[in-house]
Design a protein around this ligand. Sequence first.
Ligand code: FE2
Length: 223
Amino acid sequence: MNIHGLPSAPSSPGEGEAGETGLPALLGSTPRGVAARSLIGQLRHHHAPTAAHCARVARVLMRMWARAPDQLGDPETLLIAGALHDIGKLFVPASTLGSDRALDEDGLATIRRHPETGAEVLRSLGFPPVVVAAARDHHERWQGGGYPVGGHSEDLHVVARATAVADAYVAMVEPGRAYRTPLTDGAALAELRACRGTHFDPVLADILLVELAERAAAGLALI
Ligand SMILES: [Fe+2]
């Protein structure tokens, strides 16, 4: 796996294969990689911007892995966990995912089921417990207040905590969200700093912050 040679994403979901540049090849041809690619294909068909989001999160996680391989474990598992973290959104109507206005309570409740739905799907397909955990727990917060459980996330798997940081960062800066403008890189950095230790595992947030700072100094975007 060419962890260090990750290509940059296109600048909008309409380019390339919905922003998924490089991900299909990175997933490889192991049975798990093939299964992951198939699921991403279904997600792309259902709602392409969500598939592009998953690819961006997977790429950010690979950058984090390159900085902390001992903490983040097997890179293939991490890549698949990132690529499939939102697979539960296959069961959220595309009209809800693509809504250009704030969702009502029913819409929010539907969205908030995607971690558990995704975990069930991945468990039933035989994905490793770490991949299941990342899908289930990526909206939990370090000091509590996330979902679906809302407790402290300190005891959750490190891959789930890393996915939470990467997911939040990508959601702040990526294009293609009709109801809000992406944050600038500087504003996203400030938000990550402000939420390290509250929303995010501070050690993992710092890994991403260092990566972002170095890439910004070199004039490179992360996604
Ligand atoms: Fe999610």
